[in-house]
Design a binder for this molecule. Structure first.
Ligand SMILES: [Zn+2]
Length: 101
C-alpha cells in the first residue's frame, strides 16, 4: 500500500492522475514516487466513475511509478472502461501480482 510523505509546497509537476496543481502530496510506491492531489487520494471518491476517467489519460505516463499507481487505482474500479485501461498498462507481471492494495 502507498505511504504518504509531507505535503509539498513547490511540486515538480501537476497531479499524476488528474493534472490538478493544488495541495499535492508525494506518495511513495514500489517503483518510486508520484504526486497526487487530495481528490485523487480520497478513497471515498472511489465510486465516482466520471472523476476517475482521468486515469485513462494517466495510464499513458512513461513513469513506472505512475503506471503502477494508475493500475492500482483502476483495479479498484468496477467498470469495463477501467478494466480495459488497466489491461493497456504494460506492467511487469510480478508487479501485478504483488501490487494488491
Ligand atoms: Zn488528482
Amino acid at each position: 500500500m502507498m505511504s504518504v510523505n509531507d505535503k509539498i509546497d513547490a511540486p515538480e509537476r501537476p497531479c499524476d492522475f488528474c493534472g490538478a496543481v493544488n495541495g499535492l502530496n508525494r506518495v511513495e510506491n514500489a517503483l518510486g514516487h508520484i504526486l497526487l492531489c487530495p481528490l485523487c487520494m480520497d478513497d471515498n471518491n472511489g465510486n465516482n466513475d466520471a472523476y476517475w476517467r482521468c486515469l485513462e489519460g494517466a495510464a499513458w505516463s512513461e513513469q513506472p511509478a505512475v503506471q503502477l499507481a494508475v493500475w492500482q487505482a483502476l483495479s479498484k474500479i468496477d467498470a469495463s472502461w477501467a478494466r480495459e485501461a488497466a489491461e493497456n498498462i504494460d506492467l511487469a507481471p510480478e508487479l501485478c501480482s504483488g501490487a494488491d492494495p
